[in-house]
Every structure is written in structure tokens, then in C-alpha cells.
Design a protein. Structure first.
Length: 106
């Protein structure tokens, strides 16, 4: 796969994920009485780290075939996909609440 093909395979899903994440984040911040800025940042980081979950997506024929069945034939399969991590927002919110924070919308 050359760079041009890779761009066409990976760019659309990446853009879709970026747009969904941008739209899904409401404006506001986590607040806690008497919390110092450094402690707030450390708690956000710890909760964000704990809420990361791996994901992957695969489409097409991922392997080598003897020449029968749909998508199989002499040669490598035409699979495309991507993998990464995503933030489980429910886990993140639960973690921040467990640490005593409240969400303050703007």
C-alpha cells in the first residue's frame, strides 16, 4: 500500500472520529472546593488515563486464500482498518465524581 492509498483508507475514519469527539465535548469544567490547579490537573490526567479503552476496526478480506469464496483468491486480501484508543466518557465522569468534583457547564 502506498501513501496515497493509505491516506484514502485512514483519513475518512480519522476525520469522523475527530468530529464526533469535538461535538461530544460540552463546554465547561470540573470544579472542586479548595482544589489547587495542580491537583485538578493531576486528577483529570489520572481519570483520563484510567478511562482509555482500546478499539479496532477491520473491513474486507484480511488473508490469503486458495481461490474460492467471496473476497478470497490467489494473492493477499484487501483488508483495511484502524486501531487506537478512545476515552470512555462514562468512566471518566465517574472517576472525577468519585474524586469529589462536580461538572460546571459554561
Amino acid at each position: 500500500m502506498n501513501a496515497h492509498q493509505a491516506k484514502h483508507i485512514f483519513l475518512p475514519p480519522l476525520l469522523a472520529i475527530t468530529m464526533l469527539v469535538g461535538c461530544a465535548a460540552p463546554a465547561g469544567d470540573w470544579v472542586k472546593d479548595n482544589a489547587q490547579p495542580l491537583q485538578v490537573d493531576q486528577d483529570k490526567y489520572a481519570c483520563l488515563k484510567d478511562a482509555q479503552q482500546p478499539f479496532s476496526y477491520l473491513s474486507g478480506s484480511p488473508g490469503w486464500g486458495p481461490g474460492w469464496g467471496p473476497g478470497w483468491g490467489p494473492g493477499w486480501g484487501a483488508a483495511s482498518g484502524y486501531a487506537g484508543v478512545q476515552t470512555n466518557q462514562e468512566l471518566y465522569r465517574a472517576c472525577m465524581k468519585a474524586r469529589g468534583y462536580n461538572w460546571q457547564p459554561q
